[in-house]
Design a binder for this molecule. Sequence first.
Ligand code: AKG
Length: 211
Amino acid sequence: MTHLFAAQQDPADNLLPFDGILNDHGAVFAPDEADAHLRHLLADIPWRHDEVVIAGRRISTARQVAWYGDAAFGYTYSGVTRTALPWTDRLLAIKARVEQCMAPIRPEYPGFRFNACLLNLYADGTQGMAWHSDDEANLGPDTVIASVSFGATRTFALRHKRTGDKREMPLTHGQLIVMRGSTQTHWQHAVLKSTRIHAPRVSLTFRTFLA
Ligand SMILES: O=C(O)CCC(=O)C(=O)O
């Protein structure tokens, strides 16, 4: 297993060996700012258990989610459609910081902006996210996904669909990573479970929705 980094990375570095781009911006929120975001997100977001359809049966996940966007988009994955809630001021402020951090890659994406965000709440390490790619048609090809973490450090893993190559990295309080290029076509990602983690983590995954 290759660990992606031990020390702070240059956000311009690509942490994937091939077939995609993963940039690590490190902690882009100061600890007190990140603490305030975590506290308010835990209290104010109308968290709901996610639902997936497996073998024709609708199953509720342990993890909770919320889906926000510019418009009441319907977002369908794992056989279930969710309708976006309107942005809150806090989410817009976090989004603005993320977009500001991504300024160096803007020239590669003329007119680019995020218009939606899927939030995930993991109450503790017993809750994770299974291997998947964010390759739904309404995200388009070579989609850009920015992921911000608040709360407990969790291990984020990537696995190449053909070669099985794996990468793992800890995602810490206030950290921003960006997946782009052909990452969603060639790699799956997951949030690994651990019985040693007893605190919550919230992730915000900003996306550009085409419909
Ligand atoms: O919580 C995370 O960091 C990953 C979330 C994720 O994989 C997703 O929303 O598709």
